[in-house]
Ligand binder design. Structure first.
Ligand SMILES: Nc1ncnc2c1ncn2[C@@H]1O[C@H](COP(=O)(O)OP(=O)(O)OP(=O)(O)O)[C@@H](O)[C@H]1O
Ligand SMILES: [Mg+2]
Length: 345
């Protein structure tokens, strides 16, 4: 059966029974995972392109993938434990020679390591905040200007990033390092805190067809009084409730044309320098002079289908005139074009 003759695609997701290899558990362990509603919405969108088979990204995945032999895998599995957790699904696709959407295992691994990401960005001359990586409080060097932010090195969805991550003294930073290391059993990254405007940029497509979607700005005036200006765990998961959504996103961002141009330029430069493919979301924050820097790169952006929910990528897509289904099918088409699988165009 040649890839062009059938139109099956696979939604890879994570099984609820997975555990980290080291057995360590913590309560926000599954924060990056998609809920059933999102998985079903992606499945529905993909069904416009052909038969869809769901595969869990669990221990059976390599064999289910081999036996299913899909024409292409739509990968949105976040994985569990370690900086390589997003790399397993694409690595097995490559192992079995099966096409898949999105970035390759190397890019996914690098982007889940905030320090490696920043080293790559710096090499390419793309602004990113100064940082240090520490494995314990005694490693902390007081070289960065205060305030700083302390984050786990390998997490996403603001796991481990709370109001306390913003530190105005080195004592607070050391305490926060101790908390991160104890909770996640991984190093912490300490970054210079940029207190300017914050944006996030959705990128769709590759090379000649690659484009940024309308920029999303995070409006910190919507946070509760006295909150530190950061989009952390409380803003994503505590203060933002389905019954009372936090009205934090402004899209399109109200930016003067020069700032908009610079943000789009560094977002695309970051996407390319990390060799992201098909889609991605780039977090950007300005320093006090208004210069935009890259905070981090998300090669598997979160997509919540409910327009009432705060989900940056679908929000940017709607501002560009694309529905949720359009986004999923455009990502599929971008990947299919790379493999010359024309049936998905
Ligand atoms: N160096 C920094 N300066 C200022 N604010 C920062 C910095 N690093 C992180 N932040 C704030 O913390 C938030 C979360 O940080 P970051 O994007 O690195 O975490 P994440 O868990 O990977 O996020 P995501 O939910 O996008 O996966 C940012 O959106 C920003 O508000
Ligand atoms: Mg982020």
């Amino acid at each position: 059966m040649s890839p062009q003759q059938t139109q099956r695609s696979v939604a890879a997701k994570n099984g609820k029974r997975a555990t980290r290899a080291d057995g360590h558990r913590f309560d926000d362990m599954y924060a990056e995972w998609d809920d059933e509603e999102t998985i079903a919405a992606i499945e529905r969108a993909l069904s416009a392109a052909g038969e869809v088979v769901r595969l869990e990204a669990n221990a059976d995945f390599p064999f289910q993938l081999r036996d299913t032999q899909p024409d292409i895998v739509f990968n949105f599995a976040e994985g569990i434990g370690g900086a390589s957790r997003e790399s397993f699904v694409p690595a097995f696709c490559e192992f079995w020679g099966i096409p898949y959407t999105g970035s390759d295992p190397l890019t996914l691994g690098i982007c889940l390591d905030k320090a490696r990401t920043k080293e790559t960005l710096s090499h390419h001359g793309i602004p990113t905040p100064e940082f240090q990586v520490v494995e314990c409080p005694d490693d902390v060097q007081r070289t960065l200007p205060l305030p700083v932010i302390v984050k786990p090195l390998h997490e996403g969805s603001s796991k481990g990033i709370t109001q306390r991550s913003f530190c105005t003294t080195w004592r607070e930073a050391r305490d926060e390092v101790a908390r991160v290391v104890e909770r996640y059993r991984e190093p912490a990254i300490i970054e210079e805190f940029l207190d300017g405007r914050e944006f996030t940029v959705a990128v769709l497509g590759n090379d000649g067809d690659g484009r940024t979607l309308p920029i999303v700005e995070l409006d910190y005036s919507t946070l509760p009084g006295g909150a530190q200006p950061l989009y952390g765990f409380e803003a994503k998961w505590v203060w933002d409730r389905p019954q009372k959504p936090l009205d934090i996103f402004q899209c399109p961002a109200r930016c003067e044309p020069e700032l908009q141009r610079r943000i789009e330029e560094i977002a695309m430069a970051a996407f390319r320098s990390l060799r992201c493919r098909d889609w991605g979301r780039i977090d950007v924050r300005c320093d006090r002079t208004g210069t935009p820097h890259i905070i981090e790169v998300n090669p598997i952006p979160g997509v919540i289908p409910d327009p009432a929910a705060n989900s940056c990528y679908p929000k940017a897509a709607r501002a560009a005139g694309f529905s949720f289904d359009d986004v999923i099918l455009k990502v599929l088409a971008a990947a299919a074009a790379r493999y010359d699988l024309r049936v998905f165009d």
